[in-house]
Ligand binder design. Structure first.
Ligand code: GLV
Ligand code: MN
Ligand code: MN
Length: 423
């Protein structure tokens, strides 16, 4: 670390290092066939990603701590911090979906490190400790619910319940966490942040479509995840008249169609997705005996989301009766919409305006760790545009200049919050 002369002691965002680290982390778990990377929570590839991020934290001489649910933190203490000061926290996640882009989550974590680096390089201590977090299992595709590490950290789920979660591959989360060496000692939530900031790619089309440089995220929509199991009867495809069928596959298809209508009827506010769908025995000339599917419902308004869930439940009852099948549902996740802290939102907007970056207030369609941390600390988010609005896809892209611009704003907001703004 250089100790610059006083007149040169200004904090600079090192964009080149941020971009290099994004690329390097993005190479872990690379998919050779379809491109992108797959770094699913608590797999060997995700462990490799964690090791790399932890090594970068150590390079910055941050205090590296891991909590019992595997959240990884790097702390840069203020001079006054005797270990009890509530830090300004930044962060996101480094786990990914299958065939992911390189930016979702990683950008927020590495931009947090870029802020810590700016302090280190300038030889200046933050006036309040800063803490950068990589939360466990944000994506929630192997273990549900999603945003699990931050949810546990915020006290919304007990550590033991989370550790006992059984994954889609039959593994126990706590066993996998121990196996990869990230079952830490810190009690989740032991360090309550003073404030929380998360920089993220938009993952949607709005900023690009409107030609706007930066999103000031004021709220985040509610998320409802369920698994639906339909039990019908297998029978011969050539001999069973239509009116005598109890076809689990047909019911699954009706559910998909109903959900699209539900979303359409909402005028665009409710979103509905069936992301997983399987039938058994999955044979060309056998009427499906059983079907399982997942339902992801979202809406920024809690009442509308509840109403959508009710309409869906009523539909399941009706279709089960009509088709003579049994339908059961299991709740996988349910998060209410969140409104971010208005003071932080104002501060982000003022910072963007200060740089002359065009910006707009917006709602996050995706779930984020900020949604959970908002339960225990004032929180807000900053978005940069996503090319073509594409994310959860190897083609996810944000131009380098926009990535650096977002990190500059994050640094500026941190400096403002800490009363260390530079003229
Ligand atoms: C997280 O990526 C989500 O599902 O919104
Ligand atoms: Mn994310
Ligand atoms: Mn994601």
């Amino acid at each position: 670390m250089s100790n610059s002369a006083p007149e040169a002691r200004r904090l600079h965002l090192d964009g080149a290092t941020l971009l290099r680290q994004l690329k390097e982390l993005g190479e872990i778990g690379a998919d050779s066939e379809v491109g992108g990377r797959t770094r699913i929570a608590l797999t060997d590839d995700e462990k490799a990603g964690r090791d790399l991020v932890a090594s970068w934290m150590r390079e910055l001489e941050l205090e590296v701590v891991v909590d019992r649910i595997g959240n990884l933190f790097g702390i840069l203490r203020s001079e006054a911090d005797d270990g009890t000061e509530a830090p300004l926290m930044m962060g996101s996640h480094i786990d990914s979906v299958t065939n992911a882009g390189a930016l979702d989550g990683c950008y927020g974590v590495l931009a947090g490190l870029a802020v810590a680096r700016a302090y280190r390089e300038a030889g200046i201590a933050p006036s309040r400790s800063i803490m950068v977090g990589a939360f466990t299992n944000e994506e929630g595709i192997r273990y549900q619910p999603d945003m699990m590490g931050s949810l546990v950290y915020a006290g919304g789920l007990s550590v033991d319940e989370a550790l006992n979660t059984i994954g889609t591959d039959g593994t126990r989360l706590g066993d996998e966490l121990a196996r990869i060496g990230y079952a830490g000692d810190l009690e989740p939530g032991a360090i309550v942040p003073h404030e929380y900031l998360e920089l993220h790619i938009e993952q949607g089309p709005i900023l690009e479509a409107e030609g706007i440089q930066l999103g000031v995220v004021k709220n985040l929509q509610g998320i409802s995840w369920q698994q639906v199991t339909i039990q019908g009867n297998a029978n011969h495809a050539g001999t069973t008249p239509t009116h005598l069928r109890h076809d689990a596959g047909f019911v699954a298809a009706s559910i998909v169609t109903f959900l699209r209508e539900l979303a359409r009827d909402s005028g665009g506010t409710t979103l509905a997705t069936v992301g997983c769908l399987s039938v058994q025995p999955n044979v060309i000339n056998v009427i499906p005996r059983r079907a399982t599917l997942t339902v992801d419902l979202r809406d920024p308004d809690e009442e509308r989301l509840t109403l959508a869930e009710q309409r869906f439940a009523e539909f399941l009852e009706k279709v089960a009766q009509r088709e003579g099948v049994n339908i059961s549902t299991e709740r996988l996740a349910r998060f209410e919409p969140v409104v971010f802290d208005s003071c932080l939102v104002d501060c982000i907007e003022a910072s963007a305006n200060g740089y002359g970056f065009t910006n707009r207030r917006m709602t996050s369609g995706a779930g984020h760790d900020a949604q959970m941390i908002a339960r225990i600390a004032p929180s807000a988010m900053i978005f940069v545009p996503s090319k073509g609005g594409i994310s959860h896809n190897p083609r996810e892209h944000t131009d380098d200049v926009q990535l650096v611009m977002g990190a500059e704003v994050l640094l500026n907001v941190v400096l403002n919050r800490l009363g260390q703004a530079q003229a």
